[in-house]
Structure formats: C-alpha cells, structure tokens
Design a protein around this ligand. Structure first.
Ligand code: SF4
Length: 73
C-alpha cells in the first residue's frame, strides 16, 4: 500500500532516550530537544502525509531504539 494511506504517529520512550540527538538532527520537523538535549516529539506526534520517510529514517537511527511509529489505517 502506498505511503499516505496510513496515519503515522510517532512516540519517544523517555525511559530509553539517552539524548544522542540523532532524531532531531535527521528530522527536525517531527522531533525537537528539551532543555537537557533529550529528544521529544513535536506537536501531537502525527506525521504529515509525505513526510514519513524522514521520520522512519530518524526512528531507525536512534541508537536506543526509543522511537516507535504506529500506523493507523
Ligand atoms: S535519537 Fe533516540 S536517544 Fe537520541 S535523542 Fe532521539 S530518541 Fe533520544
């Protein structure tokens, strides 16, 4: 099924995040950092249609596997 048929939501498990910063370096539209450099999801975590590729790359690049993507049909 092509991209855009799903709504993708992203979450960060703050218990796993070690603040490496790869997520917000790779995809600053979906991720930001808090005052201590830990990653945080921007907005409500909903990934805009057509933007999933960058968010997936950021999630795959997290060394702590702290980022999860949930697809909703
Ligand atoms: S890449 Fe992973 S460990 Fe690093 S800030 Fe983002 S969520 Fe946290």
């Amino acid at each position: 099924m092509p991209e855009g048929w799903f709504t993708v939501k992203v979450q960060i498990d703050s218990g796993r995040c070690q603040g490496h910063g790869r997520c917000y370096d790779i995809d600053p539209e979906a991720f930001g950092d808090d005052a201590e450099g830990y990653g945080k999801v921007l907005g409500d975590g909903q990934v805009p249609a057509g933007h999933e590729r960058a968010t997936r790359l950021a999630a795959a690049s997290c060394p702590e596997r702290a980022i999860t993507l949930a697809e909703e049909a």
